[in-house]
Design a protein around this ligand. Structure first.
Ligand code: SF4
Length: 602
C-alpha cells in the first residue's frame, strides 16, 4: 500500500466526490480494472453515431480551459451495462482482463468506468488496476501544446488520472493500485508514486507478469515499485473478451527500425494471424462497435518480408477479411511508414479499394471535407538527413536515408493520389539538433506545401525504454526563431488546408489571433511570437508595420539581419552564418547558447 495518499493529491478534489457521496455500501469485486475518463471515451458516442479517434487529441489541452461538466456531458459520461461495468474500455485494459481470467473467475474481475468505481470498489477489493497511456501529461502532444497555450493548468489527461486515483472509494478502501500501459513510465520519471497513491507500475508487455503480480497484491505481499514485462509469444496473448474503445484490435507488435527515441521498436515482432484479428473484430461488433481500428506501429510491416519489404498479399488479405465482417461499417488504420507507398504503389491502390468505402472521413461527417479520404499517422520527424542518419537510420529502408526528404515528398504524393491524407508528426528539439537541421525541415515543409495532410509539430520528449531516454527535452521558451518558424509553418499549412475557406471563419481566426496576441501571448511568450501567431491566422508576412510590433522580427526578415526582399529562410541562413552578431540585437540569449542547450541534451 502506498504510504501516502494524503500527499499533493490531498489537495485534489476528485470530480467524482459528489457522485460517490451518497452511494450505498457495496462489498466490491476482488479486482477492479479502470482507466481515466479521457482514455476510455470514444469522443462522440453521446448523441452521434460514430466515434472520433482524433478528438482524443483535445485531452492534451489544459484542463481548466473547458469546465469538466461540459466535458462530461459531451464525452466523459460513463457508457455502461446494467451492472455498472463499462461497455467499452481501452484495448490494453481488455487484454489485462483476458489475462486475469486465466486464473480468476469473471465474478472477481470487474472492468469499470472511473465515475462508477463506487459500484465495484469495496472492502473486498484488493487490487485496482489502471491502464494509461498518459497519466501525467508528459507525452509529446500534451507537453507541446500545454506549453504553447501556457495557462489553464495541467492537461485534461493528467487531471482525469488524478480524478481516478483520488476517487472517494479508492481513498476509503485503499486497494493496492497497479498502473500499467504505455504511459506508466511517467509515474516513475516524476517520482509520483507517493503523491498519486500508486503502489506499482508495469512497463513493457505484461502478458507474463500480470497474474503473479496481482496474486502477490491480493496476498498482501510487499510489491516492487516497477515490474518490467518480458517478450511474449503469440500463444501468450489472449483474445479480448469484450468491446474495446473505437473497436481497437491489435494486428502486430514491434517494428525493428530502431529509431532511438522509440520504445515499441524494442518489442518482439509479432504479426497476428488473420483469424485472430477477425475474431477480435467480431467480438467488438457483437457488443455494438461499428468500427474496426487496427493498431500497429507500422501497418506495412504486417507479415513483412526481410529488409522491411511490405507483403502486399498478406496486408490486403487482412483488410479484406476485416471489411467482410458483418457489422463493420468503418475501418480506421493507425500508423504506417511512408516509403512502402513508393516501393509498392499497387498495394496502396488495392488497399484503397477496401478502405475508402469504409472510411469515416467523408463530406457527410464534416462540411470542411471536400471528398472522402483515408487517414493514417506517419512520422516525418525532420527534413535533416544528418539527424535521420544519427537517430533514425533505418526509417527509409529499403531505400537510403540520404534521400529522406525526397522520399517523403514522393510517398505523400502517392498517398494523396489514392485519397490517403497522412497525419504527420514532425519533431523539433532533438538531441544535437541545430538551426541548420531546422532549416532543412522548413525546406521539406516548403516542398510539401499544398499536400493533402495534417502536420503535428511536437517538441522532442525522451520517452522511457528507448535509447534516448536519458536525453533532455527543450522547453518552449528556449526555441530559436527557426524552431518557432517551423511550428508556425506547420499550423499555417493546416489552417490553409483544413479550415473553412469561407470569409467569416477566416476573419474570426484573424481577429482571434490579434486579441489573443495582445491580451496574452505577447506577455507569455514575448513579441517574438507575433509574426508566427499572425502567420497562422492568415496575415501576409508584410501586413504588420515593424514599429507596430516594437522592433521585433516582422515582415519576413528583421531588416538588421537581411537584405531588403530576403525571405525568412534566407534570414535564418544569415542568422546561422552570423550568430553572434544577431544575438545582441534581438536582446535574447545567444543563439549559440540555445543550440548549446539542445546539444547538451545528448
Ligand atoms: S519507424 Fe516508428 S515504430 Fe519503428 S522504430 Fe521508428 S518511430 Fe518506432
Amino acid at each position: 500500500m502506498a504510504a501516502n495518499r494524503e500527499g499533493k493529491t490531498s489537495a485534489w478534489r476528485s470530480a467524482f466526490e459528489d457522485i460517490a457521496r451518497d452511494a450505498p455500501d457495496v462489498e466490491g469485486a476482488l479486482i477492479v480494472l479502470t482507466a481515466s475518463a479521457s482514455e476510455i471515451s470514444d469522443y462522440n458516442s453521446h448523441g452521434k453515431e460514430t466515434p472520433n479517434p482524433f478528438m482524443a487529441f483535445t485531452s492534451a489541452f489544459p484542463n481548466r480551459i473547458v469546465p469538466r461538466r461540459m466535458l462530461r456531458d459531451r464525452w466523459f459520461a460513463p457508457e455502461e451495462n446494467d451492472d455498472h461495468t463499462a461497455r467499452f474500455v481501452p484495448l490494453g485494459l481488455r487484454k489485462v482482463e483476458a489475462i486475469l481470467h486465466r486464473e480468476f473467475p469473471e465474478a472477481d474481475v470487474k472492468v469499470v468506468h472511473p465515475e462508477s468505481l463506487h459500484h465495484w470498489v469495496g472492502p473486498r477489493t484488493r487490487v485496482l488496476g489502471i491502464n494509461t497511456m498518459n497519466p501525467l501529461g508528459l507525452a509529446y502532444v500534451d507537453t507541446t501544446y500545454s506549453s504553447i497555450i501556457g495557462f489553464g493548468g495541467e492537461s485534461i489527461n493528467s487531471a482525469e488520472f488524478k480524478n481516478t486515483v483520488t476517487h472517494p472509494s479508492v481513498r476509503k478502501h485503499r486497494p493496492k493500485v497497479i498502473v500499467g500501459g504505455g504511459g506508466a513510465w511517467q509515474i516513475e520519471r516524476a517520482d509520483a508514486f507517493e503523491e498519486l497513491g500508486v503502489d506499482t507500475i508495469t512497463t513493457g508487455e505484461c502478458e507474463d507478469i500480470i497474474c503473479p503480480l496481482f496474486k502477490k497484491a491480493i496476498a498482501g505481499e510487499e510489491l516492487p515499485r516497477v515490474v518490467k514485462g518480458g517478450r511474449p509469444d503469440l500463444a501468450d496473448i489472449p483474445h479480448i473478451e469484450h468491446r474495446s474503445t473505437y473497436g481497437l484490435v491489435e494486428i502486430m507488435r514491434g517494428c525493428g527500425r530502431m529509431c532511438k527515441f522509440c520504445s515499441p521498436t524494442l518489442r518482439k515482432k509479432i504479426s497476428f494471424p488473420v483469424d485472430y484479428v477477425v475474431e477480435e473484430v467480431r467480438r467488438n461488433v457483437a457488443e455494438g462497435s461499428k468500427m474496426a481500428f487496427t493498431v500497429t506501429e507500422d501497418m506495412f510491416l504486417y507479415d513483412s518480408h526481410d529488409g522491411f519489404i511490405p507483403n502486399r498479399e498478406s496486408i490486403v488479405k487482412l483488410y479484406r477479411s476485416i471489411s467482410e465482417v458483418p457489422g463493420v461499417e468503418f475501418i480506421q488504420i493507425s500508423h504506417a511508414s511512408l516509403v512502402p507507398a513508393i516501393h509498392d504503389e499497387r498495394m496502396i491502390e488495392e488497399l484503397t479499394d477496401i478502405l475508402l468505402p469504409k472510411t469515416l472521413w467523408k463530406p457527410q461527417y464534416h462540411p470542411n471535407y471536400k471528398e472522402p479520404f483515408i487517414s493514417v499517422e506517419v512520422g516525418i520527424e525532420t527534413g535533416s538527413t544528418r539527424i535521420m542518419r544519427e537517430i533514425m537510420p533505418n526509417k527509409a529502408k529499403p531505400y537510403s536515408i540520404d534521400d529522406w526528404p525526397e522520399l517523403v515528398v514522393q510517398a505523400v504524393g502517392i498517398m494523396n493520389d489514392h485519397s490517403w491524407y497522412p497525419l504527420a508528426t514532425l519533431m523539433t528539439g532533438m538531441p544535437g539538433e541545430t538551426d541548420d537541421d531546422t532549416m532543412k525541415t522548413l525546406e521539406l515543409l516548403d516542398d510539401l506545401k499544398g499536400a493533402k495532410m495534417f502536420f503535428t509539430p511536437i517538441l522532442f520528449i525522451p520517452l522511457e525504454d528507448c535509447l534516448l531516454s536519458k536525453s533532455r527535452s527543450v522547453p518552449l521558451d528556449h526555441l530559436t526563431e527557426a524552431q518557432w518558424e517551423f511550428v508556425s509553418t506547420c499550423w499555417k499549412y493546416n489552417v490553409d488546408f483544413w479550415y473553412s475557406d469561407k470569409l467569416w471563419p477566416k476573419a474570426e481566426l484573424m481577429l482571434g489571433s490579434i486579441l489573443a496576441y495582445f491580451i496574452y501571448y505577447r506577455w507569455k511568450h514575448g513579441p517574438r511570437v507575433a509574426r508566427h501567431a499572425f502567420k497562422v491566422a492568415g496575415f501576409p508576412d508584410d501586413f504588420w508595420p515593424r514599429a507596430f510590433l516594437r522592433g521585433k522580427i516582422v515582415g519576413g526578415c528583421d531588416p538588421e539581419l537581411c537584405a531588403p526582399g530576403a525571405t525568412t529562410a534566407e534570414a535564418a541562413e544569415g542568422d546561422e552564418r552570423g550568430r553572434n552578431g544577431r544575438n545582441g540585437r534581438n536582446g535574447r540569449e545567444g543563439h549559440e547558447g540555445q543550440s548549446g542547450r539542445v546539444g547538451d541534451a545528448t
